[in-house]
Design a protein around this ligand. Structure first.
Ligand code: AMP
Ligand code: MN
Ligand code: MN
Length: 334
């Protein structure tokens, strides 16, 4: 049997960790399972090294992840002093929001750990691995490299990040190596089926109510399927800041769709755009050009409103890239 290929973190990143004591771990705004899993997994790993980490995120970590060790110790505001910042699962400094802004004037070293192909390399040391399934998978590689044995806590956080970012190991970036890592984490005591049950098999009632209002608004044209979610829909269904990639993934599974998009109006009058595509169609470039980022098949950005003009602009850009990609590759099928 092929053994697990090691993935080596930059020596300078490891040196930054070894030389630090109080470490701020910051993950992205509107956090998802990989944000929570990679940040809390790294925190558990650093405790094993007798460091004093604090997990920071501008927005509260989503409630379904409350079972993860360290969840309740995560903070929205930085309370120093710190001697190192580690960013996880964020492709640019804006994605880290206020906690980074609060600490940035202190000129601390910054170690960036990420797997987005659109990462802008904003750290003192950058470790960006677009082939990794998730930022959490890189925490596994860090544990191996730093010879920290996988406790149940570390393994549970990492596996949660991996399972959420791959929607239960179903995305096109899942490889044999991903499955070897999942096996190692499961062998270390991470409860695979319990995690799946908790974070992939549940929807809240507000989510379902929002879907019920968003689905009649679905449009499909030239291979792109989309819907819009207004601020008032979010308010009266009770879905406030909850991250929900479920709806856009559901739309992208519709026959004849190559690209799915959900446009969500924010309280500030901006529009959050969540995009997915079928394997072979790349949407990361469009998201990056609009000031956002992501992966070839899952990307996003936030642009100025109103909803109607934002929708028109983004659908036009997606139609253009899709036509180009279809012309260049006649094998592409939705
Ligand atoms: P989502 O649709 O929100 O689940 O996001 C899909 C992917 O796009 C994730 O990898 C996000 O990190 C990335 N993404 C979403 N919004 C943004 C943004 N405003 N800037 C950069 N990356 C984003
Ligand atoms: Mn994420
Ligand atoms: Mn991720």
């Amino acid at each position: 049997m092929k053994t697990l290929e090691p993935r080596i973190p930059p020596a300078k990143g490891i040196e930054l960790i070894r030389n630090a004591q109080r470490i701020a771990i910051i993950t992205h705004i509107s956090p998802d399972g990989d944000a929570a899993g990679s940040a809390l997994g790294l925190s558990a790993l650093l405790w094993e090294l007798n460091k004093e980490p604090v997990v920071l995120c501008q927005d509260p970590l989503p409630a379904p992840f409350h079972f993860l060790p360290g969840f309740h110790a995560a903070r929205q505001k930085a309370t120093g002093p710190f001697d190192l910042i580690i960013s996880v699962d964020a492709s640019d400094p804006e994605r880290l929001g206020k906690p980074l802004q609060d600490l940035a004037p202190k000129q601390l070293p910054l170690f960036v750990i990420d797997h987005h192909i659109t990462n802008v390399h904003f750290g003192t040391v950058d470790w960006v691995e677009p082939t990794a399934s998730s930022a959490a998978e890189l925490i596994f590689d860090l544990a191996l490299a730093m010879q920290v044995s996988l406790t149940v806590d570390i393994a549970t956080c990492i596996l949660t990040g991996m399972l959420t970012d791959t929607r239960g190991l179903r995305t096109s970036n899942v490889t044999g190596r991903t499955l070897c890592v999942v096996a190692a984490l499961t062998n270390a005591g991470a409860p695979f089926s319990e995690i799946t049950e908790r974070v992939l098999n549940h929807y809240t009632l507000p989510q379902v109510r929002l879907w019920a209002e968003a689905l009649p608004r679905v449009q499909i044209k030239n291979g792109v399927i989309w819907t819009t979610v207004t601020r008032s829909m979010r308010e009266h269904t009770g879905l406030k800041n909850q991250h929900d990639g479920g709806l856009v993934s559901f739309l992208t599974a519709v026959n004849k769709a190559y690209i799915g998009v959900v446009f969500t109006e924010t309280a500030e009058g901006k529009v959050e755009i969540s995009m997915r595509s079928v394997p072979g169609v790349n949407i990361a470039n469009v998201a990056f050009a609009l000031g956002g980022g992501g992966h070839p098949q899952a990307a996003g950005c936030t642009i100025v409103g109103p909803l109607e003009s934002a929708t028109e602009k983004v659908i036009a850009a997606l139609h253009e890239t899709l036509q180009q990609q279809l012309a260049a590759n006649s094998e592409l099928r939705p």
